[in-house]
Design a protein around this ligand. Structure first.
Ligand SMILES: *[C@@H]1O[C@H](CO)[C@@H](O)[C@H](O)[C@H]1NC(C)=O
Ligand SMILES: *[C@@H]1O[C@H](CO)[C@@H](O)[C@H](O)[C@H]1NC(C)=O
Length: 355
């Protein structure tokens, strides 16, 4: 009897174990799938995200929405950006920032924290050193960082000797090769994102722009404190206007990525300069920067087919297309206008102070 019984017991035992294993396998894989689905849904509860717009990070497992949605119309969704850019956005901490970040009003308080940032290439050296001198005249001790665009050692040798001046050669190795085509201005959003990872209170000033009067920062801070309470205003602020509309310098292909709700508004609205802006590291800034940086990385976004910088303005610089594009500036303006619908929300006119 013993000899008969024991194979039977073993057989039953084996069947039971097999059953348990199979059911564990199905439960865990189902659980895993549901978990993933819920995570995607949860992250984007209010946005109605098309699953085709999702990019997943191989590094962190996080998922992101890579299609821009017009903030004024949630059914108006742009073309998807390439998921290869996830790594760069995570490296720049534009998507995966460590919370909590300060608010703009917390940052627009302490003048001492301001860091001036600019860029130059060899052929812009004259402008750049003039701009630097003008800043130093009024801000002798603030940190000033100059990013070099493949600047040669001959020019690097001539840079200021100043303990609060820092030169950094912009490292393009970690970006697509077209980032080194300087006339597409992709370097600007990328350097802005790099530097604001380190410094929460950046004052960006292009090589062509100089300070003409003292108290630029103080005037700006006072205007914010007096007239611009709350979240109604943009965290990113520009200080110079351009004398033309957004429409005049907008290559329409850009709208495939960033759809806009209103052509009349694009024609009416003044484009503001991206050559001098305040960039506080806040959540709102990073929400804009996500798209600004993605556009710089995507081949056809920052450089729509046929785009070029020389404008052919008609008698009206607002109503008609001048067949030119302002690259980083056109993109930043479109993002801010879509969000705020009014340039005064992201512009403080300091034309008397700067030029
Ligand atoms: C919102 O966007 C959709 C899709 O582009 C469009 O059909 C619709 O007319 C827009 N709604 C408004 C109010 O502009
Ligand atoms: C606030 O706005 C008013 C009205 O536009 C202006 O006259 C005033 O100078 C502003 N205040 C500051 C501190 O800039």
């Amino acid at each position: 009897m013993r000899n008969l019984k024991s194979p039977l017991v073993l057989f039953v035992f084996a069947v039971v174990i097999y059953g348990i294993l199979v059911s564990i396998h199905y439960t865990t894989s189902l659980f895993y799938q549901n978990g993933r689905r819920n995570f995607v849904r949860h992250q984007n509860t209010n946005l109605n995200v098309n699953q085709k717009c999702i990019c997943k990070s191989e590094k962190t497992g996080k998922v992101y929405d890579f299609c821009y949605t017009d903030p004024q119309n949630y059914s108006s969704v742009g073309k998807k950006f390439d998921c290869v850019h996830v790594d760069t956005l995570e490296r720049l901490e534009v998507l995966n920032y460590r919370e909590p970040l300060p608010t703009a009003s917390e940052l627009i308080k302490n003048e001492e924290e301001i860091v001036f940032v600019s860029t130059s290439s060899d052929d812009h050296y004259q402008h750049s050193s003039k701009s630097y001198e003008s800043v130093r005249k009024y801000y002798p001790n603030h940190k000033y960082i100059l990013y070099g665009l493949h600047m040669s050692s001959e020019y690097i040798k001539r840079l200021p000797m100043d303990t609060n001046f820092e030169f950094r050669q912009f490292n393009t190795a970690q970006y697509p090769e077209y980032v080194s085509q300087w006339l597409q201005y992709r370097f600007k959003p990328l350097i802005m994102a790099e530097v604001s990872k380190e410094f929460p209170n950046v004052f960006w000033i292009d090589a062509h722009i100089s300070m003409k009067q003292p108290n630029v920062v103080k005037t700006f801070f006072e205007e914010v404190a007096t007239n611009r309470s709350s979240d109604d205003f943009s965290s990113i602020t520009s200080f110079l206007d351009t004398g033309h509309s957004n429409f005049a310098v907008l290559f329409p292909e850009l709208l495939e990525y960033f759809p806009s709700n209103s052509f009349p508004l694009l024609k009416m609205s003044e484009q503001v300069a991206a050559g001098i802006i305040h960039i506080p590291r806040t959540e709102h800034t990073l929400q804009i920067f996500k798209w600004y940086v993605l556009c710089a990385l995507e081949e056809k976004c920052m450089n729509p087919p046929g785009a070029q910088i020389y404008c052919n303005f008609g008698p009206n610089r607002y109503e008609t297309f001048a067949n030119c594009f302002r690259f980083d500036q056109s993109v930043l303006n479109l993002l801010l206008l879509n969000q705020f619908q009014n340039p005064h929300k992201y512009f403080i006119k300091l034309n008397n102070y700067l030029g």
